[in-house]
Structure formats: structure tokens, C-alpha cells
Design a protein around this ligand. Structure first.
Ligand code: 6PG
Length: 247
């Protein structure tokens, strides 16, 4: 990284997207194994985007496929676009095709966001309640504590579907809300900052040459992704050298 900009958390910079996926997969195997020595389930929120997709493909392939105790995974989503679940734009469809349909995750433990519904506020409110009822918080009444949250980074510094200037950025008392992107598909459901910041482990997956402004914005605290700083959790950045050099 040039220019002296410092990201919060631990940065792992490797050669290219395949190496990013391999490094993130190795990390994920470790935290899943460690979590499952203490807990019955490994609760993880998945992200959309091309970089997470490469990670999912690696996880669905030996040797990682055999190293995961998939039956004990409970899967959530960090965000979803307002479209049917079989739409090519659906984050859930992508995660199914790249991972969830290829490994023995229990279908009843996959919690997709129903962003195809006409009433997105109601769908978000139900997701928020479901999160609270299936995933314990560290302190009563605070946000549910997921074991792991995977995140992408948009060129404009958004993460999950927390977009610059959107009211969703201000929400502290609900765990999932409707939000709006600044490009199509516009309407979204997203988890909120309290959920991201309550997690035990959070990883950003960032590749390619277009992320420099967003990464500088994170270092300077000026973009939505900068609001992800789990006080009692691990924050990791897995990026390729092109992205790391662009900061
Ligand atoms: C969206 C995208 C978006 C994506 C980032 C990073 O819903 O608008 O999924 O949030 O995660 O733009 O994407 P890449 O991993 O492809 O760089």
C-alpha cells in the first residue's frame, strides 16, 4: 500500500483473486473449526459480489469442502437485491450456485432475505426478528452476534447494502432494514451496522484496480465501509496486490 493510508484491522495482500480466495478460505476453515469446538453451530452471513463468489467456489471444492462441518453451518445474508431468488441478480442465487447447492448445508438453516416481496419493510423487519431469535446477542437487547460476516467493498465505499447517504446508515435499533443503492437494482434489504459490529469475525474481500478511492475512504473514515469496526471482534482485509496498490 502506498500513500501511508492505514486500514482498520489486519490486512492480507496476496497476488490475485485466486490467492485472495485461498487465503480467505484457509482463514474461514480455522474460525469455523474453532467456533464449533465451543458452539453447536457456525453462524455466518454471506456477501454478494464477484470476489466472494470466487471464495464460495473454493469452499465448495476439495480440500476445503471436506474440512467443513457443513451440517452445523447456519447461513445468513448481509444483503439482498429486490428481485426473485432465481433472478441472476440475486445474491442468494449466486451463493446457492457457487456453494450452498454443492455442499450438505441443511436447507432449514439457510436464511435468505425475501427481497422479492412487495413490502420490503415488512420483509426486512421479519429478517431482523429472525436474526434476533436464532442468533444470541452478547448483551441482552443488543445486536445478534454472528460468528462470521463476509463483506465486499463497492467502488463507492458501500458494503453489504449500506450506501453513501442512505438512511439505513443511521439505524441502530433494528438488525435488518430496507435500503437503496445508487445503481440498479436500487432497492435492497441490508443488515445494519450493529449486526456487522457485533460479529466475532468480519472479513472484507477486495480485488481489482477500481477500489482505491473506497479503500482511502475507509482509511479516512468517509465511506460506509469505514463504519465496520467490531469492538469485540476480529476485522480482516483479504485483498489482491492490485487493490492494495491502489489505495
Ligand atoms: C451489489 C454488489 C456489491 C459488491 C461490491 C463488490 O449488490 O451492489 O454485490 O455490493 O459486493 O460492489 O463487488 P466485487 O466483489 O465484485 O468487487
Amino acid at each position: 500500500m502506498s500513500g501511508g493510508a492505514v486500514l482498520p484491522g489486519t490486512v492480507t495482500a496476496v497476488d490475485g483473486p485466486a490467492e485472495v480466495a485461498a487465503a480467505a478460505a484457509a482463514w474461514l476453515v480455522g474460525i469455523a473449526e474453532e467456533t464449533l469446538t465451543r458452539r453447536d453451530r457456525f453462524r455466518i452471513a454471506l456477501a454478494g459480489g464477484s470476489t466472494p463468489r470466487t471464495l464460495y467456489q473454493v469452499l465448495a471444492t476439495p480440500p476445503h469442502r471436506e474440512r467443513m462441518d457443513w451440517g452445523r453451518w447456519e447461513v445468513y445474508f448481509g444483503d439482498e437485491r429486490a428481485c426473485p431468488p432465481d433472478d441472476p441478480a440475486s445474491n442468494c442465487r449466486m451463493a446457492r450456485e457457487a456453494l450452498l447447492d454443492l455442499v450438505p448445508v441443511r436447507p432449514e438453516l439457510i436464511h435468505r432475505m425475501e427481497a422479492e416481496r412487495a413490502d420490503l419493510d415488512a420483509a426486512a423487519a421479519e429478517y431482523s426478528s429472525m436474526l434476533a431469535s436464532t442468533c444470541q446477542s452478547a448483551v441482552s437487547g443488543s445486536a445478534p452476534r454472528l460468528d462470521c460476516v463476509l463483506l465486499g467493498l463497492g467502488d463507492n465505499g458501500h458494503t453489504a447494502s449500506l450506501f453513501p447517504g442512505d438512511p439505513a446508515l443511521q439505524v441502530r435499533d433494528r438488525w435488518a432494514v430496507r435500503s437503496r443503492a445508487d445503481y440498479a437494482p436500487f432497492d435492497r434489504i441490508t443488515v445494519t451496522y450493529p449486526v456487522l459490529n457485533a460479529a466475532a469475525h468480519v472479513a472484507f474481500l477486495v480485488t481489482g484496480p477500481t477500489k482505491g478511492e473506497a479503500l482511502r475512504g475507509v482509511a479516512e473514515g468517509s465511506v460506509p465501509a469505514a463504519g465496520v469496526r467490531p469492538p469485540d471482534g476480529e476485522l480482516r482485509w483479504f485483498m489482491d496486490r492490485v487493490a492494495a496498490a491502489s489505495i
